[in-house]
Ligand binder design. Structure first.
Ligand code: ATP
Ligand code: MG
Length: 587
């Protein structure tokens, strides 16, 4: 394959697009790979499509290698299956909905669990048909609240989604493990520096759930790792419940006068100034119990206030909180909400007014660090007053616990494997033991060995294909442009002919043809009235890993071959250049 730049549908840009913040987005637009059509919706130009197809090919090869079979569902789907599983409502505003001419509700598929479950139900009826893994590589539609960074988070994007079907849990474990290995192969081949982390199983139930995160400063996900091998998305870190402590020596709770102390810092200062501790140690923020109110917005639009109690030295992590409460969304508790709950004294809210058995009726959940028997300084539900020695279990209770407090570097790993360290990543893939939720909702049963009907158990496995293109670009560029890993580059060799000498173009065309006949794809810059400077800049921006320049050296019988990644150059004799390039590409 020869891509001649004189006729190729390609325009590189000198300026970064105004709406681009991260390098991958800037470079993919500037180098002529993608173009924005609407927020989060992109056109794939010829160069971009070549890279996208390469990613797809790798994903497809590895899925086929584990015996998964490819099919394609429509993106335009009827409402009913999604109604049956509750997701028509649960997805809330994230789904693109439309009506057909008869007024029937339709949607653009955000993910296809329902369709896969139904097609297996229609065609299969016996344990002898299982196990089965089927997949598709197809466009998904999600009306993301914050489309971001070009194709990294789009509203239309390509996902590989596969689903496994097994008769029992052991079978599911095998299918899961096969997918896990396939994903390791995929992300190794795509050249990612990645981690496999524990992920949320969420409302879908199921047991094992892991994400493949590409390590990247610009990633939206935060993960934590310990020296002993613990690794989890920060959303999925489960802080163990602190063990109960003996409160028999704690004096009775006492309301104390703390004027103008609506924040934890002002409270700690006031306590140290006016209500010194009996043991001589100073009060710190971690002695205080901070109660934070949020408003849950359920998918049906209903609103529910929620109070969360955390040690005063910890913030609430919005992503951890959100992950716990899905599919509800978390909104701010507004001034007008306070007005509707006059028992809440803003800045001085305490457990006294919260919880099911208390006056406000607001659900109250505690951080698991708040042990039974531990004593706290917290709001007294009166402006300007706090209460000290308020003991959990003795003086107040809550409706449960929630994993919403921030996880900090140095915190102990939940499995005791050492201190946690955090970093950022981009979620590239997610493998997930769904279990029987969808099979139950859609009644997917088969006959087992004993002729008894049993519900099938499923796994769900996704790879962000368009996201991978952006994430690879994010991890493989320099100040000059993109630097593609060989397996997904838009061409094997970028051959540049420079100068005005027709001999140069004749020789370059000859080399391009020979490379093509040897099975290489060549991007050939055969533009006649373009300066060498512009050609070199374009080659560097486009990022094919090997660049060969037919130009000045030709009079001495050499061609310059450059490694885009290392910048290394070598003058190769003309007679050897094709062999040299083939060997470089195949090495
Ligand atoms: P995220 O947390 O990033 O929104 P998700 O957990 O909702 O992703 P899944 O439903 O697990 O995503 O989808 C499987 C894969 O599809 C993800 O691992 C990711 O690589 C990709 N993906 C999800 N949403 C998008 C999007 N808006 N744009 C591009 N790729 C996406
Ligand atoms: Mg996910």
């Amino acid at each position: 394959m020869i891509l001649r730049m004189s006729s190729m549908f390609l325009r590189t840009l000198r300026e970064d697009p105004a709406d681009a913040e991260v390098p991958s987005h800037k470079l993919l637009v500037r180098a002529g790979y993608i173009r924005r059509t609407a927020p989060g919706i992109y056109t794939w130009l010829p160069l971009g499509l070549r890279v996208l197809r390469n990613v797809e090919r790798i994903v497809r090869e590895e899925m086929d290698a584990i015996g998964a079979q490819e099919l394609v569902f429509p993106a335009l789907l009827p409402r009913e299956p999604y109604e049956a599983t509750g997701r028509w409502t649960e997805y809330g505003p994230n789904i693109f909905r439309l009506k057909d001419r008869k007024g029937a509700d339709m949607l653009l598929g955000p993910t296809h669990e329902e369709m896969f479950t139904l097609v297996v139900k229609e065609l299969y009826s016996s344990y002898k048909d299982l196990p089965l893994s089927i997949y598709q590589i197809q466009n998904k539609y999600r009306d993301e609240a914050r489309p971001r960074a070009g194709v990294l988070r789009g509203r239309e994007f390509v996902m590989k989604d596969s689903y496994s079907f097994d008769i029992d849990d052991d079978g599911l474990a095998v299918s899961y493990e096969l997918h896990r290995k396939a994903y390791i192969n995929i992300f190794d081949r795509l050249g990612f520096d990645y981690v496999i982390v524990k992920a949320m199983s969420g409302a879908m139930g199921g047991s094992r759930s892991e994400e493949f995160l590409a390590i990247a400063e610009n990633g939206e996900d935060t993960f934590v790792r310990s020296p002993g091998g613990y690794a989890a998305n920060v959303e999925a870190v489960v802080v163990p419940q602190a063990e109960a402590v003996d409160a028999s020596a704690v004096p009775a709770a006492e309301v104390v006068d703390t004027p103008d102390t609506p924040t934890i810092d002002t409270l700690v200062d006031a306590m140290n100034a006016k209500h010194a501790r009996s043991d001589g140690r100073a009060w710190t923020a971690s002695d205080t119990l901070k109660n934070v109110l949020v408003m849950l917005v359920h998918p049906d639009g209903s609103r529910e206030p929620l109070a969360i109690g955390v040690p005063g030295d910890r913030a609430i992590d919005e992503k951890r909180l959100g992950a716990q409460l899905e599919p509800a969304e978390v909104a701010a508790f507004e001034e007008s909400d306070f007005e509707k709950h006059p028992s809440l004294a803003k800045g001085y809210i305490g457990p006294g007014v919260l919880g099911a058995e208390n006056s406000s009726g607001i659900r109250y959940l505690l951080d698991p660090r708040i042990a039974e028997g531990s004593a706290w300084v917290t709001g007294a539900d009166k402006p300007g007053f706090h209460v000290m020695d308020l003991v959990h279990g003795r003086d107040f209770t809550a409706d449960g616990t929630i994993q919403a407090a921030e996880v900090r570097d140095g915190d102990p790993a939940p499995d005791g494997s050492g201190p946690l360290e955090s970093a950022r990543g981009i979620e590239m893939g997610h493998i997930f033991q769904l279990g029987r939720k969808y099979a139950e909702a859609l009644d997917l049963k088969v006959l087992d060995q004993n002729g008894k009907l049993v519900t099938v158990t499923m796994g769900s496995y996704g790879v962000g294909v368009t996201r991978a293109v952006a994430a690879i670009a994010e991890g493989n560029h320099d100040e000059l442009g993109l630097v593609w890993p060989r397996e997904i580059a838009p061409a094997d060799v970028h051959l540049v002919a420079t100068g005005k000498d027709s001999e140069v173009f004749t020789k370059a065309a000859e080399i391009a043809a020979e490379l093509e006949s040897r099975g290489l794809s060549v991007m050939y810059d055969d533009r006649e009235k373009v300066s060498p400077g512009v050609k070199f800049k374009d080659a560097e921006l486009i990022g094919v890993p090997t660049i060969a320049v037919v130009g000045k050296g030709l009079v001495d019988g050499t061609i310059e071959v450059k490694d885009r990644r290392t910048g290394e150059r070598a003058d190769i004799p003309v007679a050897e250049v094709v062999d040299h390039l083939v060997a470089t590409v195949r090495s």
